[in-house]
Ligand binder design. Structure first.
Ligand SMILES: O=C(O)CCC(=O)C(=O)O
Ligand SMILES: [Fe+2]
Length: 297
């Protein structure tokens, strides 16, 4: 079921006529989703924290939903301000692609000592290098071969990303103890896909997983614990956040399609960015996938 639906969405050319793709910006279909309340313990001091994190500081502007047929799956419709979105995109592009973080291009030894991807990619308009970046790993580095996290493959987790993750998990009242310990920052091109998988390498599989998307929209496909379960297709736009908690934490998911904006459409973040960020984000989707690795002792 999952693989067939994945293939189907991979080959669509536009979203029109795809009435089964769930778009949380449209009328709320109460069979599929239920608005979710956020914490009521909230002070002016907390507003400042949200503002510093690039999040909308008035919680009444947040739209969160429980996805009813996938227990534990939570959708938050872009909780970022437009300045906040731009700031997080730049962090992903400029900061999270620097050492000590690891990149897929490290294996090719393209960058010299002290050189960083974004500077070199922009020197002489090195589009090839720009497009070679697929992922960066932060904190405990995901090992793509063994899938085992190790104390010897670990760097400091970015403080602001840890704070953002904890704040969102706390607002959702999922846990007061969430620790952001590993992240994959995925960089997608318009033709990129991410095939169906479960994320089960973490020693702690009960802590929620947080997934934040920026840039181009995409279809996110999420099913059940088995590839035989029928998946749901959810439209993710820039700024949207998915939290996989409880049962949904171990559900199959993937990204069969990144969508290009139509010619007459602007980005769905309000203020344009300046070049070279603008031209990169016009052809890129970024997803930050944050996990807790260890159990709390
Ligand atoms: O890009 C996405 O929305 C999902 C990424 C993902 O599932 C992963 O990195 O494990
Ligand atoms: Fe995943």
């Amino acid at each position: 079921m999952f693989k067939e639906r994945f293939k189907f969405y991979k080959h669509i050319n536009s979203l029109e006529q795809q009435s089964d793709v769930i778009d949380f910006a449209n009328e709320v279909n109460t069979d599929f989703m239920k608005p979710k309340k956020l914490t009521s313990e909230f002070s002016n001091n907390d507003k400042e924290i949200l503002d510093d994190l690039g999040l909308k500081s008035d919680l009444s502007d947040w739209n969160c939903y429980d996805v009813l047929n996938i227990p534990g799956l939570i959708f938050i419709k872009n909780p970022f301000t437009s300045t906040g979105q731009k700031c997080w995109m730049k962090r992903c592009i400029v900061d999270y692609t620097r050492k000590p973080n690891r990149l897929n291009i490290d294996a090719h030894h393209i960058l010299g000592d002290g050189e960083d991807w974004w500077s070199i990619a922009n020197k002489n308009g090195n589009i090839k290098l720009r497009d070679q970046l697929r992922w960066a790993t932060l904190g405990y580095h995901h090992n793509w071969d063994t899938k085992v996290y190790s104390e010897t493959a670990k760097s400091e987790f970015p403080k602001e990303l840890s704070k953002l993750s904890k704040t969102i998990i706390n607002l959702l009242q999922l846990s007061d103890e969430f620790m952001a310990e590993a992240a994959i920052v995925n960089f997608y091109h318009p033709a990129s896909t991410l095939s169906g998988h479960t994320d089960h390498s973490e020693y702690n599989l009960s802590a929620p997983l947080l997934s934040i998307s920026f840039g181009l929209s995409a279809i996110f496909l999420i099913g059940g614990r088995s590839l035989d379960d029928k998946p749901s297709a959810i439209l993710l736009r820039s700024g949207d956040v998915i939290v996989m908690s409880k049962e949904s934490r171990l559900c199959y998911h993937g990204v069969p399609k990144v969508l290009l904006p139509k010619n007459d459409q602007h980005f769905n973040y309000d203020n344009e960015m300046e070049d070279p960020f603008k031209s990169y984000m016009q052809v890129t989707r970024i997803n930050i996938n944050v996990r807790q690795v260890n159990n709390i002792v």
